[in-house]
Design a protein around this ligand. Structure first.
Ligand code: HBI
Length: 310
Protein backbone atom coordinates (compact mmCIF):
# COMPACT_ATOMS: atom_id res chain seq x y z
CA UNK A 1 0.00 0.00 0.00
CA UNK A 2 0.96 3.66 -0.32
CA UNK A 3 0.91 5.05 3.21
CA UNK A 4 1.04 8.62 4.51
CA UNK A 5 1.96 8.99 8.19
CA UNK A 6 1.05 12.37 9.71
CA UNK A 7 3.05 12.94 12.88
CA UNK A 8 2.31 14.47 16.27
CA UNK A 9 1.90 18.25 16.18
CA UNK A 10 3.63 19.19 19.42
CA UNK A 11 7.19 18.65 18.35
CA UNK A 12 9.56 17.88 15.54
CA UNK A 13 10.43 14.18 15.31
CA UNK A 14 13.72 13.58 17.12
CA UNK A 15 13.19 16.37 19.66
CA UNK A 16 12.00 14.00 22.41
CA UNK A 17 8.97 16.16 23.20
CA UNK A 18 6.81 13.77 21.22
CA UNK A 19 7.60 11.06 23.75
CA UNK A 20 6.82 7.48 22.83
CA UNK A 21 5.01 8.55 19.67
CA UNK A 22 8.32 9.49 18.05
CA UNK A 23 9.78 6.03 18.63
CA UNK A 24 6.56 4.24 17.67
CA UNK A 25 6.12 6.21 14.44
CA UNK A 26 9.72 5.39 13.47
CA UNK A 27 9.33 1.69 14.31
CA UNK A 28 6.00 1.29 12.52
CA UNK A 29 7.35 3.14 9.46
CA UNK A 30 10.45 0.93 9.33
CA UNK A 31 8.33 -2.20 9.62
CA UNK A 32 5.89 -1.10 6.89
CA UNK A 33 8.84 -0.46 4.52
CA UNK A 34 10.32 -3.85 5.43
CA UNK A 35 7.00 -5.43 4.46
CA UNK A 36 7.22 -3.73 1.05
CA UNK A 37 4.75 -0.87 1.49
CA UNK A 38 5.57 2.65 0.23
CA UNK A 39 5.54 5.38 2.83
CA UNK A 40 5.91 9.12 3.34
CA UNK A 41 5.98 10.92 6.69
CA UNK A 42 4.58 14.43 7.22
CA UNK A 43 5.99 16.17 10.30
CA UNK A 44 6.81 19.62 11.71
CA UNK A 45 9.93 21.19 10.19
CA UNK A 46 13.17 20.28 11.93
CA UNK A 47 12.09 16.64 12.12
CA UNK A 48 14.69 13.92 11.66
CA UNK A 49 14.67 10.17 12.05
CA UNK A 50 17.62 7.78 12.33
CA UNK A 51 16.62 6.06 9.11
CA UNK A 52 16.37 7.10 5.50
CA UNK A 53 12.59 7.48 5.48
CA UNK A 54 11.55 10.61 3.55
CA UNK A 55 9.94 13.28 5.76
CA UNK A 56 7.88 16.14 4.34
CA UNK A 57 8.86 19.01 6.66
CA UNK A 58 5.91 21.33 7.33
CA UNK A 59 6.45 24.82 8.79
CA UNK A 60 4.14 26.45 11.31
CA UNK A 61 3.41 26.97 14.98
CA UNK A 62 3.53 23.82 17.11
CA UNK A 63 0.43 22.75 18.98
CA UNK A 64 0.59 23.13 22.77
CA UNK A 65 0.45 19.87 24.69
CA UNK A 66 -3.02 18.52 25.44
CA UNK A 67 -1.73 17.00 28.68
CA UNK A 68 -2.03 19.78 31.22
CA UNK A 69 -5.24 21.37 30.00
CA UNK A 70 -8.57 21.39 31.89
CA UNK A 71 -11.11 18.80 30.73
CA UNK A 72 -13.36 21.61 29.60
CA UNK A 73 -10.60 23.40 27.69
CA UNK A 74 -11.64 24.62 24.24
CA UNK A 75 -9.89 23.37 21.13
CA UNK A 76 -7.13 25.83 20.31
CA UNK A 77 -5.27 26.30 17.01
CA UNK A 78 -2.51 28.91 17.03
CA UNK A 79 -1.92 31.28 14.14
CA UNK A 80 -0.15 29.49 11.25
CA UNK A 81 -0.85 26.16 12.96
CA UNK A 82 1.55 23.40 11.91
CA UNK A 83 -1.28 20.93 12.61
CA UNK A 84 -3.54 22.69 10.11
CA UNK A 85 -0.65 23.04 7.63
CA UNK A 86 0.20 19.31 7.89
CA UNK A 87 -3.42 18.33 7.24
CA UNK A 88 -3.79 20.86 4.44
CA UNK A 89 -0.81 19.13 2.79
CA UNK A 90 -2.33 15.68 3.43
CA UNK A 91 -5.59 16.89 1.86
CA UNK A 92 -3.75 18.11 -1.26
CA UNK A 93 -1.84 14.83 -1.82
CA UNK A 94 -4.40 12.32 -0.50
CA UNK A 95 -5.12 10.88 -3.98
CA UNK A 96 -1.54 9.51 -4.09
CA UNK A 97 -2.15 7.30 -1.02
CA UNK A 98 -4.26 4.30 -0.08
CA UNK A 99 -4.28 5.14 3.62
CA UNK A 100 -3.39 8.09 5.83
CA UNK A 101 -2.40 7.35 9.46
CA UNK A 102 -2.81 10.04 12.12
CA UNK A 103 -0.38 9.97 15.06
CA UNK A 104 -1.51 13.27 16.63
CA UNK A 105 -3.73 13.50 19.69
CA UNK A 106 -5.57 16.51 18.32
CA UNK A 107 -9.11 17.45 17.39
CA UNK A 108 -8.49 18.58 13.79
CA UNK A 109 -7.45 15.28 12.12
CA UNK A 110 -10.46 13.55 13.63
CA UNK A 111 -12.81 16.37 12.55
CA UNK A 112 -11.41 16.32 8.98
CA UNK A 113 -11.83 12.55 8.54
CA UNK A 114 -15.27 12.70 6.78
CA UNK A 115 -13.99 15.42 4.40
CA UNK A 116 -11.20 13.20 3.04
CA UNK A 117 -11.72 10.70 0.21
CA UNK A 118 -8.65 8.66 1.28
CA UNK A 119 -9.37 6.76 4.52
CA UNK A 120 -7.68 7.98 7.70
CA UNK A 121 -6.66 5.60 10.51
CA UNK A 122 -6.14 7.15 13.94
CA UNK A 123 -3.64 5.75 16.48
CA UNK A 124 -4.75 7.36 19.76
CA UNK A 125 -1.59 7.90 21.83
CA UNK A 126 -2.97 9.06 25.21
CA UNK A 127 -5.85 8.40 27.56
CA UNK A 128 -8.89 10.67 27.81
CA UNK A 129 -7.80 14.23 28.55
CA UNK A 130 -10.65 16.53 27.49
CA UNK A 131 -14.38 16.48 26.83
CA UNK A 132 -13.95 18.01 23.37
CA UNK A 133 -11.45 15.32 22.32
CA UNK A 134 -13.57 12.55 23.84
CA UNK A 135 -16.58 13.72 21.85
CA UNK A 136 -14.67 14.03 18.57
CA UNK A 137 -12.83 10.70 18.90
CA UNK A 138 -16.11 8.99 19.84
CA UNK A 139 -17.91 10.55 16.88
CA UNK A 140 -15.30 9.29 14.38
CA UNK A 141 -15.05 5.89 16.09
CA UNK A 142 -18.80 5.58 15.53
CA UNK A 143 -18.96 6.99 11.98
CA UNK A 144 -15.88 5.07 10.78
CA UNK A 145 -15.79 1.78 12.72
CA UNK A 146 -12.31 0.26 12.93
CA UNK A 147 -10.61 3.51 11.96
CA UNK A 148 -9.76 4.47 15.56
CA UNK A 149 -7.27 2.34 17.51
CA UNK A 150 -5.97 2.58 21.06
CA UNK A 151 -2.88 1.02 22.60
CA UNK A 152 -4.28 -0.73 25.68
CA UNK A 153 -7.66 -1.62 27.18
CA UNK A 154 -7.03 0.49 30.28
CA UNK A 155 -6.43 3.47 28.00
CA UNK A 156 -9.51 2.75 25.87
CA UNK A 157 -11.69 2.46 29.01
CA UNK A 158 -10.88 6.07 30.01
CA UNK A 159 -12.94 7.41 27.08
CA UNK A 160 -16.53 8.26 27.97
CA UNK A 161 -17.93 7.00 24.67
CA UNK A 162 -16.46 3.60 25.45
CA UNK A 163 -18.03 3.17 28.86
CA UNK A 164 -20.83 1.01 27.51
CA UNK A 165 -18.24 -1.07 25.72
CA UNK A 166 -20.58 -1.04 22.69
CA UNK A 167 -18.00 0.10 20.15
CA UNK A 168 -15.62 -2.41 18.48
CA UNK A 169 -12.45 -1.07 20.10
CA UNK A 170 -9.11 -2.12 18.61
CA UNK A 171 -6.12 -2.14 20.97
CA UNK A 172 -2.82 -2.28 19.11
CA UNK A 173 -0.45 -2.57 22.09
CA UNK A 174 2.99 -1.32 21.03
CA UNK A 175 6.34 -2.69 19.91
CA UNK A 176 10.02 -1.94 19.56
CA UNK A 177 12.77 -3.14 17.23
CA UNK A 178 14.49 -5.77 19.43
CA UNK A 179 17.63 -5.69 17.27
CA UNK A 180 18.40 -2.27 18.83
CA UNK A 181 18.48 -3.60 22.42
CA UNK A 182 21.12 -5.81 24.07
CA UNK A 183 20.06 -8.11 26.91
CA UNK A 184 22.35 -7.67 29.92
CA UNK A 185 22.28 -9.87 33.04
CA UNK A 186 25.02 -8.00 34.95
CA UNK A 187 23.39 -4.90 36.51
CA UNK A 188 25.16 -2.11 38.34
CA UNK A 189 23.72 -1.15 41.76
CA UNK A 190 21.51 1.63 40.46
CA UNK A 191 17.92 2.20 39.37
CA UNK A 192 16.74 3.96 36.20
CA UNK A 193 13.82 6.28 35.42
CA UNK A 194 12.88 7.16 31.83
CA UNK A 195 10.42 9.67 30.43
CA UNK A 196 9.68 13.25 29.52
CA UNK A 197 10.45 15.37 32.61
CA UNK A 198 6.85 16.51 33.11
CA UNK A 199 4.33 16.32 35.99
CA UNK A 200 2.19 13.53 34.50
CA UNK A 201 5.20 11.23 34.73
CA UNK A 202 5.45 11.45 38.53
CA UNK A 203 9.26 11.67 38.66
CA UNK A 204 9.12 13.04 42.23
CA UNK A 205 8.01 9.62 43.51
CA UNK A 206 11.03 7.90 41.98
CA UNK A 207 13.37 10.53 43.45
CA UNK A 208 11.70 10.14 46.86
CA UNK A 209 12.20 6.36 46.63
CA UNK A 210 15.88 6.81 45.74
CA UNK A 211 16.32 9.08 48.76
CA UNK A 212 14.55 6.67 51.13
CA UNK A 213 16.46 3.63 49.79
CA UNK A 214 19.69 5.61 49.34
CA UNK A 215 20.08 3.84 45.97
CA UNK A 216 21.43 5.87 43.02
CA UNK A 217 18.78 6.78 40.42
CA UNK A 218 19.74 7.55 36.81
CA UNK A 219 17.15 9.82 35.18
CA UNK A 220 16.87 9.91 31.38
CA UNK A 221 14.46 11.91 29.24
CA UNK A 222 13.66 15.18 27.51
CA UNK A 223 13.55 18.18 29.89
CA UNK A 224 9.99 19.30 29.16
CA UNK A 225 9.26 21.36 32.30
CA UNK A 226 12.39 22.87 33.86
CA UNK A 227 10.38 24.35 36.77
CA UNK A 228 9.00 20.89 37.65
CA UNK A 229 12.54 19.49 37.73
CA UNK A 230 13.82 22.37 39.85
CA UNK A 231 11.00 21.85 42.36
CA UNK A 232 11.93 18.17 42.71
CA UNK A 233 15.57 19.08 43.30
CA UNK A 234 14.45 21.54 46.00
CA UNK A 235 12.15 19.00 47.66
CA UNK A 236 14.73 16.19 47.63
CA UNK A 237 18.14 17.90 48.00
CA UNK A 238 19.89 14.75 49.28
CA UNK A 239 18.46 12.26 46.80
CA UNK A 240 21.26 10.31 45.03
CA UNK A 241 20.05 11.19 41.49
CA UNK A 242 21.80 11.88 38.18
CA UNK A 243 19.95 13.57 35.30
CA UNK A 244 21.55 12.33 32.06
CA UNK A 245 19.40 14.25 29.53
CA UNK A 246 17.69 12.88 26.40
CA UNK A 247 19.61 9.87 25.07
CA UNK A 248 19.51 8.09 21.74
CA UNK A 249 18.08 4.56 21.78
CA UNK A 250 21.63 3.21 21.45
CA UNK A 251 22.87 5.04 24.60
CA UNK A 252 19.54 4.50 26.44
CA UNK A 253 19.54 0.72 26.03
CA UNK A 254 23.14 0.54 27.31
CA UNK A 255 22.17 2.38 30.51
CA UNK A 256 18.98 0.33 30.87
CA UNK A 257 20.89 -2.95 30.60
CA UNK A 258 23.13 -1.89 33.49
CA UNK A 259 20.20 -0.93 35.76
CA UNK A 260 18.94 -3.28 38.50
CA UNK A 261 15.39 -2.11 37.77
CA UNK A 262 13.47 0.71 36.14
CA UNK A 263 10.97 2.71 38.21
CA UNK A 264 7.68 3.69 36.49
CA UNK A 265 5.68 6.29 38.40
CA UNK A 266 2.85 7.49 36.14
CA UNK A 267 0.51 10.15 37.56
CA UNK A 268 -1.85 9.60 34.65
CA UNK A 269 -3.27 6.54 32.90
CA UNK A 270 -0.21 5.89 30.72
CA UNK A 271 -1.59 4.72 27.37
CA UNK A 272 1.19 2.15 27.00
CA UNK A 273 4.61 3.21 28.33
CA UNK A 274 7.00 2.10 25.60
CA UNK A 275 9.88 2.57 28.08
CA UNK A 276 8.56 -0.55 29.86
CA UNK A 277 9.24 -2.87 26.91
CA UNK A 278 12.55 -1.09 26.26
CA UNK A 279 13.63 -1.99 29.82
CA UNK A 280 12.37 -5.57 29.51
CA UNK A 281 14.24 -5.93 26.19
CA UNK A 282 17.46 -5.16 28.11
CA UNK A 283 16.64 -7.69 30.85
CA UNK A 284 15.73 -5.00 33.36
CA UNK A 285 12.64 -5.60 35.52
CA UNK A 286 10.16 -2.73 35.89
CA UNK A 287 8.74 -1.59 39.25
CA UNK A 288 5.56 0.34 38.53
CA UNK A 289 2.24 1.52 39.90
CA UNK A 290 -0.47 -0.93 38.89
CA UNK A 291 -2.30 1.40 36.49
CA UNK A 292 -2.56 2.11 32.79
CA UNK A 293 -0.53 0.41 30.08
CA UNK A 294 2.27 -0.84 32.38
CA UNK A 295 -0.30 -2.85 34.38
CA UNK A 296 -1.14 -4.76 31.17
CA UNK A 297 2.47 -5.35 30.16
CA UNK A 298 4.35 -6.20 33.36
CA UNK A 299 3.85 -9.66 34.92
CA UNK A 300 4.00 -9.11 38.67
CA UNK A 301 6.90 -11.04 40.24
CA UNK A 302 8.05 -12.30 36.83
CA UNK A 303 9.07 -9.36 34.62
CA UNK A 304 8.66 -6.73 37.30
CA UNK A 305 6.77 -5.72 40.42
CA UNK A 306 3.77 -3.53 41.17
CA UNK A 307 3.81 -0.86 43.85
CA UNK A 308 0.65 0.55 45.38
CA UNK A 309 -2.44 0.64 43.18
CA UNK A 310 -3.00 4.26 42.21
N1 HBI B 1 -0.55 17.16 22.78
N2 HBI B 1 -2.01 18.48 21.51
C1 HBI B 1 -1.20 17.40 21.61
N3 HBI B 1 -1.03 16.61 20.53
C2 HBI B 1 -0.22 15.51 20.58
O1 HBI B 1 -0.08 14.80 19.57
C3 HBI B 1 0.48 15.22 21.78
C4 HBI B 1 0.29 16.08 22.88
N4 HBI B 1 0.95 15.88 24.02
C5 HBI B 1 1.90 14.78 24.21
C6 HBI B 1 2.08 13.96 23.00
N5 HBI B 1 1.35 14.16 21.88
C7 HBI B 1 3.16 12.93 22.97
O2 HBI B 1 4.06 13.16 24.04
C8 HBI B 1 2.74 11.50 23.09
O3 HBI B 1 3.88 10.72 23.39
C9 HBI B 1 1.77 11.27 24.15
Amino acid sequence: MKLLFVSTSVAALGSGLGGGVELSLQNIANEMLRRGHQLQIVAPEGSKLNSAIPIIQIPGTLQTTAVDRARTAPIVLPDDSVLANMWDYAHQVQANYDLIVNFAYDWLPFYLTPFFTTPIAHRVSMSSLSDAMDRMIGCIAEKFPNSVAFLTHSQAKTFSFNQGGNLPITCLSSAIDLSLYQFSSQPQPWLAWLGRIAPEKGLEDAVAAAQILNVPLKIVGKMQEQSYWEQICKDYPDAPVDYLGFLSTQELQKLLGQSRAMLMTPRWIEAFGVVVIEALACGTPVISYRCGGPAEVIEDGKTGFFGRTE
